[in-house]
Write a protein that binds this ligand. Structure first.
Ligand code: PLP
Length: 480
């Protein structure tokens, strides 16, 4: 067995952390909130480090929602009887709250309630007026639900252009982005999509790309799903045509509700490929015609989730009571400490245990860390083994590629040739595991940890101590 130098965990860690990150002390209200409203986390001994996967909810959110449901009667808002009017009122209260929360003027933006960010993205993709002159421009580190829009673009003859991100920081070269934005050949409909925060690397791309793209004639689709849980998004200052999000990522409950925030004038540009209950003012079978409803209604297909949408109002109130800037400050401190703590874990020969895929500082990055583990001679430790061990210790982290193949391919150094050779095999379909084995059974994924709303120092220290045990792991004989 190798001799390793384990860091000495203990109370000193916390004192050193507090000294290094004095801003953390100003977020103490979150400790009180965690004790009062999230006590189930510590009572169950859970170390929750998957906030980018899904946020956690406060007990009071569920109680307030249950109270709402248990004390009144609600009907489908598509009717206009007393129970449906009551449901409509609560849905509209949530809609107005979303606009207020993001400082979006109701004259400029509408809120379209959907099931999740993916459905919001699909609404944009299927309705955007791509044609043979259009370009769909996007960064490499988009979530698959953004990447999927390229299929709509392709079907209408538009070209898709990706802007690479560059390791180890995983940022896009800003000059390269502007160059591509400048290269707009045609005044047709052109769409630029990027994540305000990458769900892989935690990189926060500049929000000023929005105005720069718009000045050059682009419409902008901002994927804010991983950004809004811990960052302020001010739609009075930055005004993309389309913004998507899932509310469970912000405040845990309810699942099944997301939003497309769209600028009114951009909405007019969209062409709905079909109509459904709720999206029209009139449709006729015999005349074979229909009129779309104005604004958000044209996009909310079928009955809205009228019993869960009201819980968005409750969730936003919780975030407001804590303050998004307080949440942001706390996440920034914990992220900074965790990056440093993981980076200083070294094998006895000085080789790093962990390679981080993303910025090594807290500037323009969120609390999402993607990494892989290596032994003392630089051999990769299988991320699935790391996950199994985490599961044994009740640490909830995530492994794989996090639905972000472009960032994954870049981080892991996979070339187009390698990927093509697996896709071009004569199998009609491949499972993820078959594909992984085709590429390289070991290095086709990463480990992701993410902090959020009620993370505390004990959580990140647990992660550092968990990671340190792998200094003693040996992944196999050196010459295999
Ligand atoms: C950046 C980003 N975009 C889009 C999504 C898709 O969100 P949902 O699965 O809620 O549709 C996610 C989910 O993790 C995400 O992190």
């Amino acid at each position: 067995m190798e001799t390793t130098v384990l860091p000495a965990p203990g109370a000193d860690d916390e004192a050193a952390f507090l000294a290094a990150y004095p801003a953390y002390a100003r977020t103490a209200a979150i400790d009180e909130l965690r004790a009062a409203e999230f006590s189930r986390v510590d009572a169950q001994g859970e170390i929750y480090l998957d906030y980018t996967g899904g946020g956690l909810y406060a007990a009071s959110q569920v109680r307030a929602h249950a109270e709402q449901l248990l004390t009144r009667v609600y009907g489908n808002p598509h009717s206009s009887n007393p129970t449906s009017l009551r449901a409509s009122e609560l849905v509209e209260r949530s809609r107005a709250h979303v606009l207020r929360y993001f400082n979006a003027s109701p004259d400029d933006y509408v809120v379209i309630f959907v099931n999740n960010a993916s459905q919001a993205l699909k609404l944009v993709g299927e309705s955007y007026p791509f044609d043979g002159r259009s370009t769909f421009l996007l960064t490499f580190d988009n979530h698959n639900s953004v990447n999927g829009i390229r299929e709509f673009a392709r079907a209408r003859g538009a070209r898709t252009v990706y802007v690479p991100v560059v390791p180890p920081d995983m940022r896009a070269d800003a000059a390269g982005v502007l160059e591509r934005l400048d290269s707009l050949a045609s005044p047709a409909a052109n769409l630029f999509a990027y994540p305000a925060q990458s769900n892989f690397s935690g990189v926060q791309h500049p929000l000023d790309w929005v105005a720069r793209a718009q000045e050059r004639g682009w419409d902008v689709l901002l994927d804010a799903a991983a950004f809004v849980p811990t960052n302020r998004l001010d739609l009075g200052a930055v005004r993309p045509e389309f913004v998507v999000m899932s509310f469970y990522k912000m405040f845990g409950y309810p699942t099944g509700v997301g939003a497309l925030l769209a600028r009114r004038r951009a909405l007019e540009k969209l062409r709905r490929p079909w109509f459904a209950g709720g999206t029209i003012t009139v449709a006729s079978v015999q005349a074979d015609r229909h009129y779309l409803a104005p604004g958000a209604a044209a996009f909310e297909e079928g009955s809205p989730s009228y019993l869960t949408i009201p819980a968005v109002d409750i969730g936003l109130s919780l975030i407001e009571s804590v303050g998004i800037d307080t949440i942001h400050a706390r996440v920034r401190c914990l992220t900074g400490w965790l990056i440093d703590a993981l980076s200083t874990l070294r094998h006895d020969n000085g080789e790093p245990l962990i390679r981080l895929y993303g910025p090594a500082g807290t500037e323009a990055r969120g609390g999402t860390l993607a990494m892989n583990f290596y032994d003392r001679v630089g051999r990769h430790l299988d991320h699935r083994a790391i996950e199994q061990q985490a599961n044994r210790e009740r640490i909830s982290l995530r492994t794989g590629c996090f639905c972000n193949p472009g960032a994954g391919e870049t981080a892991l150094g996979l070339s187009k040739g390698e990927l093509d050779s697996c896709f071009l095999r004569s199998t009609p379909r491949m499972t993820f595991d078959q594909f992984r084995i085709c590429i390289d059974p070991k290095s086709s994924g990463a480990v992701r940890v993410s902090v959020g709303l009620v993370s505390n120092f004990a959580d990140v220290r647990a992660m550092r101590n968990f990671a340190a045990q792998f200094l003693e792991w040996d992944d196999g004989p050196e010459d295999c």
